[in-house]
Design a protein around this ligand. Sequence first.
Ligand code: ASP
Length: 324
Amino acid sequence: MTTQAVIAIHGGAGTILRSALSIEAESAYHAALEGILEAGQRILADGGSALDAVTEAVRLLEDCPLFNAGHGAVFTAAGTHELDASVMDGATLEAGAVCCVTRVKNPVLAARRVLDKSEHVLFTGEGAEAFAAAQGLEFVDPAYFHTEARHRQWLNARGVQGTMLDHDAASMDARDEGPNEPIDPDKKFGTVGAVARDAHGHVAAATSTGGITNKQPGRVGDAPLIGAGCYANDATCAVSTTGTGEMFMRMLAAYDVSARMEYRGATLEQAAAEVVMERLPRIEGRGGLIAVDAKGNVTLPFNTEGMYRGFARVGDTPVTAIYR
Ligand code: ASP
């Protein structure tokens, strides 16, 4: 147990093959994760709230083309991008989320405005964009979300099967090229998320995604759903998930971690491990989550080959990892 402020982030889980990631690509991921953790650490070190730290960390993850959220999001079956994001404050149980937005530069900022400025929790599509516009948020041409690497990944996925987790699509892409071909580092990705515990003992969570490669337009996963892809409660923990969204929705995965702590007295680590390693696999749910509790404990379990992840306590060097 520790009382230090701490932030943890993820950049998605899936089939992240060691053979498909060059040394350069690996270091690019580590550097990106580390820089974003440091930004979160600075907010927490200055006495900032967990809510501000997770919002800023996810905004930076959205701006980074390495990850499947914001700039660099995956393509839908129609060749477009539909983005989902959510944020929750463990101190007040207030939450905000948007889904199916196509032009808001940073969906997590729209989710945060919903939390701060609206009596509602979730806005979808055009209504979400009208709300974001009224809040003065930045809009971009949909082409902003397009990256060449994602486009190739999408073309590849269409030739292979219907939809796939972003990282699985990326690994498939890498295999197709053969192990000796240079690997584009931009081909490995997933949902992004952050959880934090601040110096005041409050926790918060945020999640943002482009969803699953080649998803049907209008399909929404777990990321913007409070209790499925995002949850925070000072009495228990803060959770952000990544993986096969439909299974995380059916298991209410994020809330289930909290409920196990609240109703059964499970520790953060036990509760998270039960959900990821026992409950989700029962319905073939693949992925992982990051979680912190109000005491500052951190856990980052996943049941796939890899998950881009890291955590940083204020005053300590950030720790980042990709594989199991
Ligand atoms: N959970 C996300 C979704 O279903 C996808 C992912 O995390 O890779 O939209």
